[in-house]
Write a protein that binds this ligand. Structure first.
Ligand code: PAF
Length: 286
């Protein structure tokens, strides 16, 4: 497995793969890999000839009060996991490689990026869209795999690619869950054992919403209210948002829901902020 730290070497590597008539499948990550990332890597292996994984904790997507400095990092373990997973190249740029001192151009967020996650993390998607564009420029992938857990991010990356004509196919991968339903996330590591148990409230609340919609409920308020008692069972849970959105536009649905619609929520358990999502369908939909 190649370890690549410079943008120009990454571009050269990718050009060589393409010159040989092969394709590059890309899994962008912030490292601290878990089974969810490994599932993205396996999906990438079905979609392209050579898989590149980036390990880069992107400073521009963290707010000043967020956990950038403390975000979990374990480069040696990440490299070993990538090697075991038959990754062709790991792209591990230093911060100064990605953001030179005179770096000045940033993506402008669309309105949909200022809702939900964006409303609670101002500037987050400006940083995400900027780094994804930069990573695409460095890795030059044919296909890139993103997890559905970060549903708003996935929607925005699809929009980025469509609106700015990036020649990259975006492949969405279903959320990978622990056996008890908790969505896998590098931030789960922050949870104390008792909090870890209670953190399943996000998944359980989504399941209740899914049952309501499957049974024919179309009033958004009723679906959203049905999730509250589940979240209320965890006294330390503080809800940032719970919403139903149109999967096509990511606009919140406040009245009648047409299906499928997407439920999204962000909840703090103690000081750990977790997000989750589920696509909700009426009973007769697949
Ligand atoms: O989802 C993530 O891990 C990050 O937001 C991403 C896409 C790697 C950009 O830093």
């Amino acid at each position: 497995m190649e370890i690549i730290t410079s943008v120009t070497t990454m571009q050269r590597w990718s050009r060589e793969v393409h010159r040989q008539g092969q394709t590059v499948a890309f899994v962008p990550t912030m490292g601290y890999l878990h089974e969810g990332h490994l599932a993205l890597i396996r999906a990438a292996q079905t979609a392209g000839d050579k898989v590149v994984v980036s390990l880069f904790v992107n400073p521009t997507q963290f707010g000043p009060q967020e956990d950038f400095a403390h975000y979990p990092r374990d480069r040696a373990r990440d490299e070993a996991l990538c090697r075991d997973a038959d990754v062709a190249a790991c792209f591990i740029p230093a911060t100064e490689e990605m953001y030179a001192p005179d770096h000045q151009i940033y993506m402008e967020e669309p309105a949909a990026a200022r809702l939900l996650e964006g409303a609670h993390r101002p500037g987050h998607f400006r940083g995400v869209l900027t780094v994804v564009a930069k990573l695409f420029g460095a890795v030059q992938p044919d296909v890139a795999v993103f997890g559905e857990k970060d549903a708003q991010q996935l929607w925005l990356v699809e929009k980025l690619v469509a609106d700015l004509n990036f020649p990259v196919r975006i492949m969405a991968h279903p959320t990978v869950r622990e056996p008890d339903g908790l969505a896998m996330s590098s931030r789960n590591k922050y949870l104390q054992p008792a909090q870890r148990e209670r953190a399943t409230c996000l998944y359980r609340a989504l399941q209740v919403a899914a049952q309501k919609v499957a049974a024919g409920e179309t009033r958004a308020a009723v679906v959203l209210e049905s999730m509250q008692p589940v979240l209320a069972t965890v006294p330390e849970a503080r809800i940032d948002y719970v919403a139903l959105v149109d999967p096509g536009t990511f606009r919140p649905l406040e009245q009648e829901v047409s299906t499928p619609c997407r439920a999204v929520l962000a909840v703090r358990i103690g000081s750990t902020r977790l997000i989750d999502t589920m696509l909700l369908s009426a009973g007769n939909e697949t």
